[in-house]
Design a protein around this ligand. Structure first.
Ligand SMILES: CC(C)(COP(=O)(O)OP(=O)(O)OC[C@H]1O[C@@H](n2cnc3c(N)ncnc32)[C@H](O)[C@@H]1OP(=O)(O)O)[C@@H](O)C(=O)NCCC(=O)NCCS
Length: 231
C-alpha cells in the first residue's frame, strides 16, 4: 500500500469515527446545478482574481456549467455531499488529452482577461500527453462557506483525487493555483508526508500583467503558480 493510500485509509476512518456527515463521490449529472452554483458563488466571493475584477455570478455561471458538463463525461471529478445529498465541496478534474474548451461566446470580457493571464502559465510542452489517462488537470475547487472542518475536507478531496487517478494509471496532475489557501493546503499535505509532492513549474505575478495599457490586477499581492505532481 502506498503512503497516500495509507493516509487516505486513516483519514476515511477518522471521518467515520468523527461521524462527519459528508461523503466524497464522483461528480455526476445529479450534482450539476448545485456544483455550478457553489463554484460560481465562491469564485465571485473568495477567488482573488475574480474579486479584483468584480466578476458576478452571470460572468462565471454559464462557463462553469459547461465545464462541469464536460468533466462529468470523464468521471474524474469529485464532490463532497452531506446526508441530504447537498453539495458542500467540488473539485473538477479533466483529462488533459481532452480538455474543456469553452465556447468563446460564453466568456464575458472580464473572464477573458483572467483567461489571458492564466494562459501565460503554460503546461510544459515536453509533458503534454500523447493519449488519454496520462495527465490530468484540476481546474476548479470550492468549499461551501461555513462548512465545519473545511480544511480537512479539501485535503481529503485532494488525497482522494491523487489516489483515484493514480489507480487509473495517470502519470501526472497539475493545477493553476490562484488562491493562496490552496497552496496552504498543499503545504499541509507535504508536512503530513514529510516530503515534497507539489512542484512549482511556473510562476507569474498578476500585478505585472498588462492589457491595453492597463494593469487590471495591480492590487494582487504575490504570485500565481502552475503546480505539477506525480502520483
Ligand atoms: C480555495 C478554497 C477551496 C480553500 O478552502 P479550504 O480548504 O476550506 O481553505 P481554508 O479557507 O480553510 O484555508 C486554508 C488555510 O489557508 C491559509 N490561509 C488563509 N488565508 C491565506 C492567505 N491569504 N494566504 C496564505 N494562506 C492563507 C490558512 O492557514 C488556512 O487554514 P486555517 O483556517 O487553519 O487558518 C476556498 O477558499 C474556496 O472555496 N475559495 C473560492 C474558490 C477558489 O478560490 N478556488 C481556488 C482557485 S485556485
Amino acid at each position: 500500500m502506498t503512503p497516500i493510500a495509507f493516509a487516505l485509509q486513516i483519514a476515511r476512518s477518522f471521518f467515520r469515527i468523527m461521524s462527519l456527515p459528508l461523503t466524497i463521490k464522483t461528480l455526476g449529472p445529479a450534482h450539476l446545478e448545485e456544483a455550478t452554483q457553489l463554484l460560481a458563488s465562491q469564485f465571485c466571493e473568495r477567488e482573488p482574481l475574480c474579486r479584483i475584477l468584480g466578476l458576478t455570478i452571470d460572468d462565471v455561471e454559464p462557463v462553469f456549467r459547461a465545464q462541469i458538463d464536460h468533466v462529468i463525461t470523464q468521471g474524474l471529478s469529485l464532490v463532497a455531499v452531506n446526508r441530504s445529498g447537498n453539495v458542500q465541496a467540488v473539485l473538477t478534474v479533466e483529462d488533459q488529452f481532452a480538455p474543456f474548451i469553452p465556447d468563446p461566446s460564453s466568456i464575458s470580457q472580464k473572464l477573458q482577461i483572467i483567461n489571458g493571464l492564466l494562459d501565460s502559465l503554460v503546461f510544459p510542452a515536453a509533458m503534454q500527453p500523447t493519449r488519454a489517462c496520462e495527465v490530468y488537470y484540476t481546474g476548479l475547487a470550492a468549499v461551501a462557506p461555513g462548512q465545519q472542518r473545511k480544511g480537512l475536507l479539501l485535503i481529503m478531496m485532494i488525497l482522494e483525487c491523487y489516489s483515484r487517478l493514480k489507480g487509473k494509471g495517470y502519470r501526472r496532475g497539475f493545477a493553476k493555483v490562484t488562491n493562496a489557501r490552496i497552496g496552504a493546503q498543499m503545504k499541509r499535505i507535504e508536512r503530513i508526508f514529510r516530503r515534497e509532492i507539489f512542484t512549482r513549474s511556473a510562476e507569474i505575478f498578476p500585478s505585472e500583467f498588462k492589457v491595453q495599457g492597463q494593469f487590471p490586477f495591480a492590487a494582487f499581492r504575490g504570485s500565481i503558480n502552475l503546480i505539477i505532481w506525480s502520483p
